[in-house]
Ligand binder design. Structure first.
Ligand SMILES: [Zn+2]
Ligand SMILES: [Zn+2]
Length: 278
């Protein structure tokens, strides 16, 4: 069992390199090295949100079996966006699970091998991860055969009660996933709950609501609007792509603070995607 900052006990098990944590009703977060994937649903029908780091397919499948039993297979995979740390094991997984993959149409060129993302910007505010980001792959994967656009009406196939929300900035086609009934939010990289650029913070995993990962975010104006959109939902439970799940007052305060002071908290002082340098 693990504890979050409210001292609340949450069910937690360890699998492979990571832990599985129950975040909200039928939402499990699995931490795969530096990134989180989510399992949403129950044994009879579940969806994987994001596909982790490269070479982690077997670990993600192991986590799925731990949760849903032997041979567990999702109905679909939904992507918040196509960065390498969110699609790293996608091809491995699709080899085993022949399932549809849903993403925002603006993300499609990065998922069909057409376009590469901009180079990460290792110059943004110190920290080892920012420096290392120069070595992160930005080559696109090609999953054309499996790729489908998310429905226009905001619904998500196989995820009744959930809606997708366009939250661009970190990438153009970035989405967040929201369940209004209990205010559960899967935010992808729209914001993080850790100072992602700082290696020490990544290791310690203290909760701190922060902007999207700086080294990969090209449009800070859009990113700010997206955070404001998500803060206005006043979510009760949040899973982000990076950092620990967040709950309750600490979450509301942190997210409100980020939305209100986005320029100061999230936007790096300098960097190749920061307007004030131009
Ligand atoms: Zn990202
Ligand atoms: Zn990420």
């Amino acid at each position: 069992m693990g504890h979050n900052k409210q001292g609340r006990t949450v069910p937690m098990t360890s699998v492979g390199s990571g832990t599985i944590q129950l975040v909200a009703h039928q939402v499990h977060c699995y931490t795969n090295q530096i990134v989180n994937v989510s399992f949403v649903g129950d044994r009879s029908k579940w969806v994987l949100v994001d596909a982790g780091m490269p070479h982690s397919g077997s670990k993600i499948m192991e986590a799925a079996e731990e949760l849903f039993g032997e041979g567990a297979k999702p109905k679909a995979i939904v992507l918040t966006h196509g960065h390498f740390d969110h699609v790293g094991s996608l091809i491995e997984l699709l080899d085993e699970w022949d399932v549809p993959v849903y993403a925002h149409p603006l993300e499609a060129p990065y998922l069909t091998g057409e376009t590469s993302y901009n180079e990460p910007d290792p110059s943004v505010s110190g920290g080892m991860v920012a420096k290392l980001s120069a070595f992160f792959p930005n080559k696109p994967v090609d999953i054309s055969e499996h790729l489908h656009n998310l429905p226009h009406d905001g619904t998500i196939p196989f995820m009744p009660g959930w809606q997708w929300i366009h939250t661009p900035g970190h990438t153009q086609g970035h989405i967040s996933i929201y369940r209004a009934s209990d205010k559960t939010l899967i935010a992808g990289d729209a914001f993080t709950t850790v100072r992602q650029e700082d290696m020490l913070e990544v290791v310690k995993q203290d909760m701190e609501i922060n902007g999207p990962p700086r080294y990969f975010t090209p449009d800070w104006e859009a990113a700010e609007l997206s955070v404001k959109k998500l803060a206005a939902l006043m979510p009760h439970y949040v899973v982000t792509g990076h950092g620990v799940p967040a709950f309750g007052e600490e979450l509301v305060e942190g997210l409100t603070n980020l939305a209100g002071n986005f320029q100061k908290i999230a936007v790096p002082e300098h960097g190749k995607y920061v307007d004030r340098d131009k």
